[in-house]
Write a protein that binds this ligand. Structure first.
Ligand SMILES: Cc1cc2nc3c(=O)[nH]c(=O)nc-3n(C[C@H](O)[C@H](O)[C@H](O)COP(=O)(O)O)c2cc1C
Length: 166
């Protein structure tokens, strides 16, 4: 039996250090904004929530300059990025950069912008918002499911993009 490691004091740095050990995939949430702009944000808080109804969620930082945009968006797509899409993920994780380039996306069946070359995407309508501390959980009801490319996912681990080994 292993000794139990002494637990760190509860502080945000310890929390962040440990959570960084939880490897995730990387997604881009995308939508057509009310003013017609096609926008996207890189997230790794995406989670599958419920089968009946079919729900997913992601966590939106309340202090984000994009908070109003994403909390008001009634329909959005979530694209699961492939391992070659690190540069795209980085571009849409930037404060200055919300608009998608024309060569980065196509239109889904329901007309939502979805990321080209991603492993697949979900089409969602906003189901609810749930305040959660300094973040807001954005729940989406899944309207469409599309697996587009067979391949490996882009990963995020230890605060950096990574490959997920076979
Ligand atoms: C791998 C990765 C995952 C991220 N996940 C989230 C997320 O789940 N929720 C979120 O609000 N921002 C997330 N971000 C940050 C956003 O992509 C973006 O940088 C931020 O919302 C910009 O906010 P600002 O305009 O206030 O600077 C993530 C960034 C990276 C690089």
């Amino acid at each position: 039996m292993h000794d139990v490691l002494p637990s760190s004091p509860i502080d945000t740095a310890a929390f962040r250090r440990l959570m960084a050990q939880f490897a995730t995939g990387v997604c881009v949430v995308s939508a057509e904004a009310d003013d017609g702009r096609i926008v996207g944000i890189t997230v790794n808080s995406f989670v599958s929530v419920s089968l009946e109804p079919l729900l997913v969620a992601w966590s939106l930082q309340n202090s984000s300059s994009q908070f109003d945009l994403w909390s008001q968006t009634q329909q959005f797509a979530i694209s699961i990025l492939a391992e070659g899409q690190q540069d795209l993920a980085q571009r849409h994780a930037s404060r200055k950069r919300t608009d998608l380039d024309a060569d980065e996306f196509s239109r889904s069946e329901r007309g939502l912008p979805v990321i080209d070359g991603a492993l697949g995407h979900l089409e969602c309508r906003q189901w609810s918002l749930y305040p959660a501390g300094d973040h807001t959980l954005v729940f989406g009801e899944v309207m469409g499911i599309h697996q587009t490319v067979a391949g490996r996912p882009l990963g995020f681990f230890g605060g950096a993009f990574c490959r997920i080994a076979e």
